[in-house]
Design a protein around this ligand. Structure first.
Ligand SMILES: [Zn+2]
Length: 345
């Protein structure tokens, strides 16, 4: 088993620069650092805060929070990467995995659920007899709990169309419903799981580490490309923009001291760690493209004509990674479908 990886230094802004402009320039340089390569088989481990790490390269980004009670994982990566992810976690701490939270039901976020939860241990073990905890309460065969929005379980257990169901071992063991969130006090940290309705899908959650001031955004924010709007799974452009605005409301900018490190850090679904200014740019970009498509629809253009008119032109060089499974045309088509179908309702 390969456990070769390197841990990058904590997120370091150039400290104590007297000039804010210089500091911002330095931040931009950091921001443009090459994102980790997915699919290369190598994992990259980045220390985001003293007790919080990001693992990149296992599918979607994985967040690892470590505290006295054990490990909380946000997402579990692709199935075939689970052994490598586990090796990384074991190298970071001897403590067991206690909780996995899924930000969506995508295969690159939930694929390691079975293996990683079984490698862990239920948080309620040893609590039998206390405060009404019975053996039945300890479900999942003593493995770590897996939490997601209930739509994730619905999709994973009975997906529609060509997609075959995920094995039961991968399913969430605990769900929360509707637009309500789920909150936990774990490892001396306030963890808030919040639903973002009909954005990338209908089961998106963001996970806010309130003390560490880190938000794990899920695929609503993917700074490697235009956001994947999974219309088949209930995604929509309007929900996507609403979700980015919700994220922005929760993201504290480096004000009033932009040269200091204090700010909310964002672990995106894919790509590099970001902050408020990156998110503002992304939200604005998505909003502008949505408005462009809307204008073309109003002028009576067909989908093909809109694609030719290239409403995302200005952003293609940065976000139009047309080599992957999500092309700019697919993004435009998802916006078009959402806007025209909405209009007909
Ligand atoms: Zn993803």
């Amino acid at each position: 088993m390969s456990s070769q990886f390197r841990i990058r230094k904590p997120w370091k802004w150039v400290a104590a620069l007297a000039c804010a402009a210089l500091a911002m320039a330095a931040a931009t340089t950091t921001a443009l650092a090459k994102p980790p390569q997915e699919g290369s088989g190598d994992l990259e481990v980045i220390q985001v805060r003293p007790n919080l790490y990001m693992i990149a390269g296992a599918g979607g980004n994985i967040a690892v929070q470590i505290g006295p009670i054990g490990v909380v994982l946000i997402n579990s990566g692709r199935e075939e990467m689970a052994d490598k992810v586990l090796a990384v976690v074991k190298k970071l701490t001897d403590l067991p995995i206690r909780y996995i939270i899924n930000t969506s039901g995508d295969a690159d976020d939930v694929g390691g659920n079975a293996k990683l939860s079984k490698a862990g241990r239920t948080i309620l073990q040893g609590a039998v007899g206390q405060s009404g905890v019975t053996e039945e309460v300890i479900n999942n065969g003593g493995a770590a709990s897996v939490l997601a929005h209930e739509n994730v379980l619905l999709r994973m257990s009975a997906p529609t169309g060509k997609v075959s169901p995920f094995p039961e071992d991968d399913w969430p063991t605990k769900t929360y419903a509707f637009q309500k969130g789920y909150a936990m006090a774990l490892n001396g940290e306030g963890i808030i799981v919040k639903h973002m309705p009909n954005a990338h899908s209908d089961g998106d959650s963001l996970v806010l580490f309130r003390h560490a001031d880190v938000i794990v955004t899920g695929d609503v924010y993917d700074n490697t490309r235009f956001p994947v709007i999974d219309v088949e799974k209930g995604g929509s452009i309007q929900g996507e923009i609403a979700a980015l605005n919700t994220l922005l409301d929760l993201t504290i900018p480096p004000v009033p001291f932009p040269w200091e490190e204090g700010r909310t850090l964002l672990i995106p679904g894919h790509g590099r760690i970001a902050d408020d200014s990156d998110l503002v740019e992304y939200r604005d970009m998505i909003t502008i493209i949505r408005d462009n498509v809307q204008d073309y629809i109003k002028s009576g253009l067909t989908l093909d004509q809109i694609k030719k008119a290239d409403p995302a032109k200005a952003y293609r060089p940065r976000y139009g990674a047309d080599t992957g499974s999500w092309t700019t045309d697919m993004f435009i088509e998802a916006i078009y479908k959402d806007l025209t179908e909405r209009k007909g309702k």
